[in-house]
Design a protein around this ligand. Structure first.
Ligand SMILES: [Zn+2]
Length: 189
């Protein structure tokens, strides 16, 4: 499974929202989602993503590279949620549009988790865990600390032993986990 780090906003429904988009807000459903190109009609239709276009779901394979981007861009927006998405289908490098060198754009994406949530948004954790069937880790810091070392530390702890996160870990119940796994089987190989 290929995964990449990305960030989200939280929609009024308590679901994940793409943080920056120019064609309208996109709420992420549970399970796989296929990207569409919303480039101006002046461009020819093409398979998504296209190296010369900006379409596709962006993510950064390594957390270090991702945090560098977020810290660079924090004056523009402060993500509420940072986490892992499963990505697949067609992919291409994303750097043509000022994205970091390691970023990629993908045709297919799905929330994989775990999701790291900033302390100010703690109330959203149970619903996010249930909707996406993913572990949600509540940071014990907020602001910039949350977006740099805190995520790496929490992710390492989760990888080694989720229980070590104690009360800061929200886990989906068995039914939510089963539903998410069933949807993920639709992810194209
Ligand atoms: Zn396009």
């Amino acid at each position: 499974m290929i995964t990449g780090w990305r960030c989200w906003d939280i929609s009024p429904n308590g679901h994940l929202w793409s943080p920056l988009n120019y064609g309208g807000d996109v709420e992420w459903p549970p399970g796989p989602m296929r990207a569409v190109c919303e480039a101006p009609v002046t461009r020819e239709r093409h398979p998504v993503p296209d190296p010369e276009c900006s379409c596709g779901f962006r993510s950064v394979p390594d957390l270090g590279g991702f945090c560098t981007v977020i810290l660079w861009g924090h004056k523009l927006f402060l993500p509420k949620v940072v986490g892992l998405a499963r990505i697949g289908g067609r992919t291409c490098a994303a750097d043509a549009y000022g994205d970091p060198g390691s970023a990629i754009r993908a045709e297919w994406a799905a929330v994989a988790g775990p999701l790291h949530l900033g302390q100010p948004f703690a109330a959203a954790a149970p619903l996010l865990a249930g909707v996406y069937g993913a572990d949600v880790i509540l940071s014990d810091t907020d602001q910039l600390d949350w977006m740099s070392g805190a995520i790496a530390g929490d992710h390492a702890a989760w990888t080694a032993s989720p229980a070590s996160l104690g009360q800061r870990l929200y886990r989906p119940n068995r039914e939510a986990r089963r539903r998410a796994a069933a949807l993920m089987r639709r992810f194209p190989r």
